[in-house]
Design a protein around this ligand. Structure first.
Ligand SMILES: Nc1ncnc2c1ncn2[C@@H]1O[C@H](COP(=O)(O)OP(=O)(O)OP(=O)(O)O)[C@@H](O)[C@H]1O
Length: 453
C-alpha cells in the first residue's frame, strides 16, 4: 500500500511516510525480543511521539528506522524505499537524528558540529558555511556569536538547539528525536518544544519523537503511540482521542491524572462557541439610560467599554442610582482571555473571576464571555465523540493499535465539529529564551558519533 495520492495532496510537507511492518528486534543473548512484531504507519509531515515506560523498546524501535540497530525481522520503508537497502549516504540524506544532551562532539566547534553530515556528503566549503549560518538562524542562535564556540561554552538549551540544527543540516525529510529535550530545565524545555513546533510548521518534516513525558507527547504529537512491553502498541491516535478515551488501563495509567485539564491545553477559545452574555455600555451613556436598559434586559451588570470597545469596568445596577456619570464607578475587569488563549488559560481566568471571564478579540475588543458551563460542555462533547469513535474502531478491527485506526480514516477523528485544534502557540508566544544553565559537556559523543557518522 502506498500513500502517494494523499502525500501529494498535502502542501508544505517535505516529510515522507515511514512504515514498519512486523518489525522485531531480538538482542543476542536475550530470551525475549526487545521489540516484538511492530506494525505502524507514520504519516508524512506529522510528528509521531512514541511514549511508554522505561525499557519498553522506544529507542530500539526508533534506531531501527535509521539502522543504528538492525531489525531481526520485518520490513521498514521510508518514502516507499526499503530502509534495509539504503546505503549510508542515502540514509544520512533522508534521516536526521537528535538525541538527549545533544551528543555534540566536544572537540568540534558549533559550526563543525553542524557541518558533520554535509561534510560527509561532500558539500563544498562555501555551501557548508552558508548552510551553517542559515541553520543557526533557524534554531535561534546568533551565528557570529556562537559559530566558533565549543559545546562546553554553551548552555544546555543552546546545545540542544545545535543538536537540532545538526540533525536538520542536510534537510532530510525525516527527523528522529530521542528525548532531545530530556536534559534541560522545564522552562528551557518548554521553549525548545515551542521552537520545534514553530520550525515544523514551516518545514513539514516527518518527525518520530521519543519521550517518557506524556505532557510533552500531548504538546508535540500529531499522533501518539503509547507503547507497552516490547513496543507493543497499546493505542495509536491523536492526543485528543487518547485523552478523551484511553484504550485500556495501561494507557489510562500513562495518561495519568488530569486528563481533562490536559485536553484543555489542546483547545482554544476561538474553537468553542462562547456566548455574548454581557450587556455593554459606553462611558458616555447616562446612568439612568443604562439602568433602563439593564431593567429591560433583566440584567444586573453591565460591562463598560472604551471607544475601541475594550473592556474597562463592571457596573452593577446598584452603582447607578446615585451616579451622575459612568466614569469611575464599578470595579475593574480582572483577568480576561483572548480568542487565542487555550481553554486551560480560560478556565484559570474563569475561576479567578468567579464563574465567567471576558473574551477579547485580536485588538483587545470585547467579543463575548466564556463560563464554566462552556468548558465542561466542551469536555463532555469530546468524550462523547471519542467514545463513539472508539466503538467504531473496536467494531472495525477489534485492535487498539494496529496502526491503521479504523475509527478515523483520515487521522483526524473527532475534529469535525471543531474548528481544528491548534497547539500551544498561546503559551509559545510570550516565552523568552531563558536558557537553563545546564553545562552539559556533550558526554554522549559516542552516541552522536553513531548518529552523525
Ligand atoms: N544493546 C543491547 N543489548 C541487549 N539488550 C538491550 C540492548 N539495548 C537495549 N536492550 C534492552 O532492550 C529493551 C528495550 O530497550 P530500549 O532502550 O529500546 O528501551 P526504551 O523504551 O528506549 O527505554 P528508556 O525509556 O529507558 O530509554 C530493554 O530491556 C533493554 O535492556
Amino acid at each position: 500500500m502506498t500513500s502517494d495520492s494523499t502525500d501529494s495532496a498535502v502542501s508544505a510537507v517535505s516529510g515522507v511516510e515511514i512504515q514498519l511492518e512486523g518489525v522485531t528486534k531480538r538482542y543476542p543473548g536475550s530470551a525475549e525480543p526487545a521489540v516484538k512484531d511492530v506494525t505502524m504507519t507514520i504519516p508524512a509531515g506529522q510528528i509521531v511521539v512514541l511514549v511508554g515506560p522505561s525499557g519498553c523498546g522506544k529507542t530500539t524501535t526508533m534506531r531501527m528506522i535509521n539502522r543504528l540497530i538492525e531489525p531481526t525481522s520485518g520490513r521498514i520503508t521510508i518514502g516507499g524505499e526499503d530502509a534495509l537497502e539504503l546505503d549510508d549516504v542515502r540514509l544520512r540524506r533522508k534521516i536526521g537524528y537528535a538525541i538527549q544532551q545533544a551528543g555534540l562532539f566536544p572537540h568540534f566547534t558549533v559550526a563543525q558540529n553542524i557541518a558533520v553530515v554535509p561534510g560527509l556528503l561532500g558539500w563544498d566549503k562555501k555551501r557548508i558555511a552558508e548552510r551553517v549560518d542559515e541553520l543557526m538562524d533557524l534554531v535561534g542562535l546568533d551565528a557570529s556569536q556562537f559559530r566558533d564556540r565549543y559545546p562546553r561554552q554553551l548552555s544546555g538549551g543552546q546545545q540542544q538547539r545545535v543538536g537540532v540544527a545538526r540533525a536538520l543540516a542536510a534537510d532530510p525529510p525525516v527527523l528522529l528525536m530521542d528525548e532531545p529535550f530530556g536534559a534541560v530545565d522545564p522552562i528551557t524545555r518548554g521553549n525548545l518544544q515551542d521552537e520545534l513546533l514553530r520550525l515544523q510548521a514551516d518545514l513539514g518534516k516527518t518527525i518520530v519523537f521519543v519521550t517518557h513525558d506524556f505532557d510533552e507527547a500531548v504538546k508535540l504529537g500529531d499522533r501518539i503511540a503509547v507503547l507497552g512491553e516490547a513496543s507493543t502498541i497499546q493505542q495509536y491516535d491523536t492526543p485528543e482521542a487518547i485523552l478523551a478515551n484511553p484504550a485500556n488501563d495501561m494507557v489510562a495509567g500513562f495518561v495519568g491524572a488530569g486528563a481533562s485539564l490536559k485536553q484543555l491545553t489542546l483547545l482554544r477559545v476561538r474553537d468553542v462557541d462562547y456566548p455574548d452574555l454581557a450587556l455593554t455600555a459606553d462611558v458616555g451613556e447616562s446612568p439612568s439610560e443604562l439602568r433602563a436598559r439593564l431593567a429591560r434586559a433583566g440584567d444586573t451588570y453591565a460591562l463598560l467599554v472604551d471607544r475601541r470597545r475594550r473592556p474597562q469596568r463592571w457596573v452593577h445596577v446598584r452603582n447607578l442610582s446615585a451616579a451622575t456619570s459612568l466614569a469611575n464607578i464599578g470595579r475593574p475587569v480582572g483577568d480576561t482571555v483572548s480568542t487565542q488563549s487555550t481553554l486551560q488559560d480560560a478556565l484559570e481566568a474563569i475561576l479567578a473571576e468567579g464563574g465567567r471571564a471576558v473574551v477579547t478579540g485580536t485588538r483587545g475588543e470585547y467579543v463575548g464571555m466564556i463560563d464554566i458551563e462552556t468548558v465542561t460542555g466542551v469536555l463532555a462533547q469530546l468524550r462523547e465523540e471519542h467514545e463513539s469513535a472508539g466503538d467504531a474502531g473496536d467494531a472495525g478491527d477489534g485492535a487498539a493499535g494496529d496502526g491503521t485506526d479504523a475509527a478515523d480514516g483520515d487521522g483526524h477523528g473527532g475534529d469535525a465539529g471543531r474548528a481544528g485544534v491548534a497547539r500551544g502557540d498561546a503559551a509559545r508566544d510570550g516565552a523568552g529564551r531563558a536558557d537553563g544553565g545546564v553545562d552539559g559537556d556533550a558526554g554522549a559523543a559516542a552516541d552522536s558519533g553513531a548518529g552523525a557518522s
